[in-house]
Design a protein. Structure first.
Ligand code: ADP
Length: 574
């Protein structure tokens, strides 16, 4: 337990109550014989009443039958009674005892109860003095009046009162110091816990990174190989089987990506990239990827782009924008049996610096019941239990979409009616890029040719080597391989390559270390060779580590052949 009722302040409060009650009882016991002896019967009756009152309170405190706060209130009302009766009835003046009582009241009310009650009781205690000053005009603290206590009881009470005030301060000071010490201890414990939590988070991240690598490496080969197979003519039957194989591999791959992404977004480690993008082109590319699915289902995929976006580039993270649209459109296609899926882009507002765009994905599919519309954005939730059975899926897609849309400073909206369809939309404000660097992408008719590029690929996985070999041979290129980091260093320092594709996880020497060694090779041409990391890893610090080790660029596995080609063509010597 970190905090408990019996913390140092609570203990100090109980001690203060004991001290106040015991001292008050002692004071009354001292006073009784004197007032009796001097026939001060009114004083005597007041003292006896107070004595009984204090004894009852002490009993309550010992029995713990009333809370400390309630006891404090009762005791303070006793004090108020003493002050008021002294000023207006007994001493009829403001003497030292009255002033001491007022101090004790102020201390007690603030320390024992709260600031609010502190002010309340202080005002009540001080009020008669204010009246006294207003009516009498002058206070003579040392003036002994007739109704006041007789000497030496008066002096003894003064001494006792001083002691009470000092003891209360001491107790509170003690509690304060202890409290600070407790806080320091607690802080240390928290720091320890934080270190442990960070370590746990790190090992989770490392585990994810390793797992992603282990899972994706074989999957990449499966996807790449099926792509190659599909490029060759086959009987229809075989083509169907290969397509089914590819569909499963791609689903599995996207599931792994979803889980990893969700973890990454959950740990707030995902950073958005800022790249110049033409939104119309981006969405068109996405639709090209979805066309096959809609054709297969016999539904229409309609793309409504806004003409005002044709000629502008905006700064955003294209991967994440695509991921949002892919997820929404993927769902729309999945849950629509007939009709259409529309992807709309509309400019809502545009000025010189910014453009506000509404994205919407509208389908004529199943629709979602109103009570499910909020829930489906939660991780691992689907509209109904039969969804998984009929359509598959994990229920992670919309949770990721929601978070990604939030990262773009927007909110996802949903309008849907059962049987009529769904409309998912969100608005994003983008900064316009007035000087976009137009990257020379390959046009669709270009013949892929990398005959003259000398490529070394450091790759330990035999299946991946085979895949690279096949892809590169289609581009007329004879790629050279190194099976581990050490071999990569040897080959890079004894041959002239134009580029190295560097896998990161490799036996003997990993990709980072191999790059560092290559950068130190004496021959400056060899040391400055263009190195592209080839990685299936998604660890959060991967990008920083790649840059630190001296690599120029990176490509995610499973690599997109077109992306790889564009990057390599850019370094092709003229
Ligand atoms: P998954 O599709 O993997 O199940 P999602 O988070 O993407 O996970 O979607 C959660 C659920 O929301 C789906 O299972 C489905 O029930 C519902 N849903 C999402 N999009 C649509 C849509 N366009 N039409 C009907 N239902 C949808």
């Amino acid at each position: 337990m970190l905090f408990s009722e019996s913390d140092s302040f609570q203990r100090a409060k109980i001690k203060i109550l004991y001290i106040l009650l015991v001292f008050s009882i002692l004071k009354t016991l001292i006073v009784i014989p004197f007032v009796w002896y001097h026939d001060q019967f009114l004083q005597l009756s007041r003292v006896v009443v107070l004595l009984v009152f204090y004894i009852i309170l002490l009993k309550f405190l010992l029995a713990k039958s009333i809370s400390v706060i309630k006891l404090s209130h009762l005791l303070l009302w006793g004090g108020i009674f003493l002050i008021w009766s002294n000023i207006f009835f007994f001493a009829k003046t403001v003497n030292i005892i009255v002033i001491q009582f007022i101090f004790t009241m102020v201390l007690g009310s603030f320390f024992l109860i709260s600031r609010r009650f502190g002010v309340f009781y202080s005002v009540l205690a001080f009020f008669p003095i204010a009246i006294f000053i207003l009516t009498k005009g002058r206070i003579e603290v040392f003036n002994q009046t007739e109704g006041a206590l007789v000497s030496p009881a008066y002096e003894m009470i003064v001494i006792f009162n001083f002691i009470t005030i000092i003891v209360i301060h001491d107790l509170f000071n003690n509690a304060f110091t202890k409290n600070v010490q407790e806080k320091v201890k607690l802080n240390n414990k928290l720091e320890e816990a934080l270190v442990k939590a960070n370590e746990a988070a790190k090992s989770k991240a490392d585990f994810l990174s390793t797992m992603s690598h282990e899972l994706r490496t074989p999957l990449n080969s499966v996807i790449g190989m099926t792509d190659l197979l599909l490029d060759n003519p086959f009987s229809d039957d075989q083509a169907e089987t290969i397509k089914a194989l590819k569909f499963s591999a791609v689903s599995l791959h996207s599931l792994i990506n979803d889980i990893l992404d969700y973890n990454k977004i959950g740990s707030d480690k995902l950073k958005l990239e800022a790249v110049s993008v033409n939104l119309n082109t981006l969405v068109k590319d996405i639709c090209n990827g979805l066309n096959i699915q809609t054709k297969e289902k016999g539904i229409q995929l309609i793309l409504n782009l806004d003409e005002r976006l044709h000629n502008i580039h905006v700064i955003t993270d294209p991967t994440r924008v695509s991921q949002i649209i892919y997820n929404l459109a993927g769902n729309a296609i999945k849950f629509t049996a007939s009709g259409s899926v529309k992807i709309n882009l509309n400019v809502i507002k545009r000025d010189a610096e910014k453009v506000n765009v509404k994205f919407s994905v509208v389908d004529t599919g199943l629709g979602i019941m109103e009570e499910d519309q909020k829930r489906i954005f939660e991780p691992f939730s689907q509209a109904s239990v039969s969804t998984t059975r009929n359509f598959g899926g994990t229920g992670l897609g919309l949770a990721i979409v929601k978070k990604l849309v939030n990262m773009l400073n927007s909110e996802i909206r949903l309008e849907s009616k059962i049987g009529e369809g769904s409309d998912f939309s969100f608005d994003v404000s983008f900064v316009i890029d007035h000087n976009p660097r137009i990257i020379n992408l390959v046009d669709d008719n270009e013949i892929y040719d990398l005959k003259n590029l000398k490529v070394l690929a450091a790759e330990d996985n035999a299946m991946n080597r085979l895949l690279l070999k096949k892809v590169f041979s289609k581009w007329g290129n004879e790629i050279v391989f190194a099976e581990n980091g050490l071999e990569a260093i040897e080959k890079a320092s004894s041959n002239d390559f134009d580029v190295i594709l560097m896998d990161l996880h490799m036996p003997l020497v990993d990709g980072y270390e191999a790059t560092k060694s290559i950068r130190k090779v004496e021959d400056s041409k060899k040391a400055n060779i263009h190195i592209i990391a080839l990685t299936a890893s998604v660890s959060n610090d991967m990008e920083t580590k790649i840059k630190e080790s001296g690599m120029d660029d990176y490509i995610y596995k499973p690599f997109n052949a077109k992306e790889m080609y564009v990057k390599l063509k850019a370094i092709l010597p003229n």
